[in-house]
Design a binder for this molecule. Structure first.
Ligand code: HEM
Length: 134
């Protein structure tokens, strides 16, 4: 077995974000997709521990791209949601097709594909998407 030099060993972290964010004492049923866990009396629960910054690690090895990543996510999501309505798809009998929330087991986990419906919010949005002048 290759031994790890002490200078590297002291940078190792026993608690990774993935483990912290699945701590059942703070986040009951951590594997369940449950947006209501972030709300209290119809408002965002500001008493919860910050679960966004945890994702990027801590201390001297904290992710230096965190603000860039968060701003990009915000811009991308806001751009998409401002012009599209995204919802679950319906089958030919007009019944809602259930969204599959299972994760892959890769290093970078993501949800498995599900059918969904993505429609422009309005004619004006459609023109915007196609790059026409409104
Ligand atoms: C949602 C997107 C991202 C997530 C969740 C993320 C998460 C992380 C995490 C958990 C670490 C390890 C922190 C630790 O060891 O404690 C890390 C390190 C790092 N990240 Fe990110 N990151 C993201 C985006 C980015 C972007 C956009 C960049 C660059 C533009 C970036 C550059 C880096 C670098 C260079 C390190 C190594 C820092 C070091 O070891 O000193 N990351 N990131």
């Amino acid at each position: 077995m290759v031994s790890v030099p002490a200078s590297i060993e002291r940078h190792r972290r026993p608690m990774r974000p993935r483990v912290i964010l699945r701590d059942e004492t703070t986040f009951p049923e951590p594997e369940k997709f449950n947006l209501s866990r972030f709300f209290k009396n119809g408002e965002i629960n500001t008493q919860l521990r910050d679960r966004v910054m945890v994702t990027f690690g801590f201390g001297r090895r904290v992710c230096p791209g965190r603000y860039f990543a968060l701003d990009n996510l915000w811009l991308n999501l806001a751009s998409v949601l401002s012009v599209y309505t995204i919802s679950g798809a319906v089958d030919k009998n007009d019944q809602q097709i259930e969204i599959n929330l299972e994760n892959t087991a890769d290093l970078n986990r993501h949800v498995l594909p599900s059918k969904c419906s993505i429609k422009p919010r309005s004619e004006k949005c459609e023109k915007l998407i196609h790059g026409c002048r409104i």
